[in-house]
Unconditional design. Structure first.
Length: 95
């Protein structure tokens, strides 16, 4: 339906899945690096490991930020509702 807010929790699921996949890949690359005998191969695997774990940390950081932003918005909405009720009650008393 046009104008409908997208499911923001779907993004959480996607980021969490991406982080899990990154972790699986990082473990695989790590194991390959530990088994590598060739210096060039070890350097390439170490670089790949660094990049994969950075991606994982970014996904987890974004997931944390999204959850924190959502919690903040919910808190602010509750405060706004309380303030509106207070203002309405005050106006009723003034009448």
């Amino acid at each position: 339906m046009p104008g409908e807010t997208p499911d923001i929790h779907e993004g959480d699921l996607m980021l969490a899945e991406a982080a899990k996949l990154d972790l699986v890949l990082a473990r695989h690359v790590h194991a390959k690096a530990l088994a590598a005998d060739d210096t060039d191969e070890l350097c390439n695997l170490t670089r790949a490991y660094t990049r994969v774990t950075r991606s994982m940390r970014q996904n987890l950081g974004m997931l944390t930020k999204q959850k924190a932003d959502r919690a903040k918005a919910e808190r602010e909405a509750r405060v706004d509702n309380v303030m509106l009720r207070f203002q309405r009650d005050r106006e009723e008393v003034a009448l």
